[in-house]
Design a binder for this molecule. Structure first.
Ligand code: CO
Length: 436
């Protein structure tokens, strides 16, 4: 696949995936178009060899899998893992706030966003609304306002004492976006406005019947190429929707009949413990349905390999001292294998060797990352899934600058290089193995 085609598809994916729910829906659409059949966890399944399936949990996590022929149903699985959520600001259950003639919307901090980057940006809203329709049935709708409606203005430099700014924003007081002016907005109920604005998506929910929402602020500025020669990509939610897109695309494009599985979990940015997070029963429950016999399942998982995909820290030219001198991944120089002695990444010496062997076979360069000893290391869904399932796992990802900013940067060749490695992993004849 050509780099420009892939990047255009990535940009379209990012534009459509403005919340974890939307990311799951975008992937479900890609899978359906590629012939995957949707299954539901509250029903019995009758799985057939050589077929392709997917299942959603809470509309925000997704597992897709393809089955080999009838003789190979317990053969090794090639697994990919990503997360659908991104750090940001989530509307509080009762968002209406009023101050100094401003109507404002209260927000909670979701995960660890780089808060300074959320100021003075056009913000829109996307997520899920749940209520009762006119028949009294509980219904949920995904909504996306798409246009700028909120803003968190900075305090003017003339009104700020340096001491206050250097300490960073007050997380309770300084993050509340402005939404309207009370004097121009008679009915300043936020929900009233929201229903009018989303009438097409939610027409069946009357105002008094909204029960709850899960709405994320996001920056509607579309992703872009930049640099003298378009060397770079900037965009929102590259962590980890770049990986979601690459993995879903690679799975839909792998045509041969093999055992493959993709898991995209919600709630990674807040620790993964939830019904739809990587610490949930989701993957174990699905594997138990695919291979009901426990011993067969254990043998299969022991033969399998999981590549956990999440972005990696590229070296920053203004802050290169924040990287270990010998481990400074660069943009456009290949997927990064992430190592951590403390097991915050699931990569082991053996799984790293498997990835390097795969990369050689696909003629792709890789880079290695370890955190400096004097900085705390982030994590991914890799260690959780590896521990739960006993599956050999490696953590890799596209090199990225400004991780957790409202707008992150990666190299324009990085999505393709990651895709080529993953695609090779999914389609090569034999999964590389290591002696017991
Ligand atoms: Co991430």
């Amino acid at each position: 696949m050509l780099q420009t085609t892939l990047n255009q598809k990535l940009f379209e994916f990012l534009r459509q995936s403005t919340s974890p729910f939307h990311a799951a829906r975008t992937m479900a659409r890609m899978l359906r178009e590629a012939g995957f059949e949707q299954l539901f966890e509250d029903q019995r399944w009758s799985l057939q060899p050589e077929q392709r399936y997917f299942v959603l949990r809470d509309q925000a996590s997704l597992i897709a899998f393809t089955l080999a022929g009838p003789d190979s149903l317990t053969a090794a699985y090639r697994m990919l893992g990503t997360h659908t959520d991104s750090p940001g600001l989530l509307l509080k259950p009762r968002p209406d706030i009023s101050a100094n003639d401003f109507a404002q919307t209260g927000v909670e901090i979701y995960g660890s966003p780089l808060l300074s980057t959320w100021f003075d940006r056009d913000l829109s809203l996307a997520g899920r609304m749940t209520g009762l329709d006119s028949q009294g049935q509980l219904v949920s709708h995904l909504v996306d306002i798409q246009r700028p409606v909120l803003m968190i203005p900075s305090l003017a430099i003339h009104l700020d004492r340096n001491l206050e700014r250097s300490a960073g924003p007050d997380r309770q007081k300084h993050l509340t976006p402005i939404f309207s002016q009370n004097s121009t907005h008679d009915e300043h109920s936020f929900y009233q406005w929201l229903l009018t604005e989303t009438a097409e998506e939610t027409k069946s929910i009357p105002l008094e019947s909204i029960l709850n929402t899960s709405l994320f602020c996001y920056d509607p500025q579309p992703p872009a190429l930049f640099g003298a020669h378009d060397e770079f990509i900037s965009g929102a939610r590259l962590d980890n929707q770049l990986s979601c897109f690459v993995a879903a695309l690679a799975l839909t494009q792998a045509q041969t009949r093999q055992n493959r599985l993709l898991i995209c979990s919600n709630h990674e940015e807040v620790g993964s413990t939830s019904r739809s997070g990587a610490d949930s029963s989701f993957l174990q429950a699905i594997m138990a349905r695919i291979i009901p016999d426990q011993t067969d399942r254990q043998c299969c998982l022991n033969r399998s390999l999981l590549i956990s995909l999440d972005n990696a820290h590229a070296v920053h030219p203004n802050h290169s001292d924040r990287h270990d001198p010998s481990h400074q991944p660069q943009l456009n120089q290949g997927p990064v294998i992430k190592h951590n002695a403390g097991q915050r990444y699931a990569t082991s010496d053996l799984s790293a060797a498997l990835i390097k062997q795969l990369a050689r076979g696909a003629n792709i360069k890789t880079q290695d990352f370890v955190m400096r000893n004097d900085l705390a290391c982030g994590s991914t869904i890799g260690p959780r899934l590896s521990a739960q399932l006993g599956i050999r796992t490696a953590d890799i990802g596209a090199p990225t600058l400004a991780m957790h900013s409202i707008r992150e940067t990666t190299g324009s060749q990085d999505p393709l290089q990651l895709y080529q490695l993953i695609h090779h992993f999914l389609i090569r004849d034999q999964l590389p193995t290591i002696a017991h």
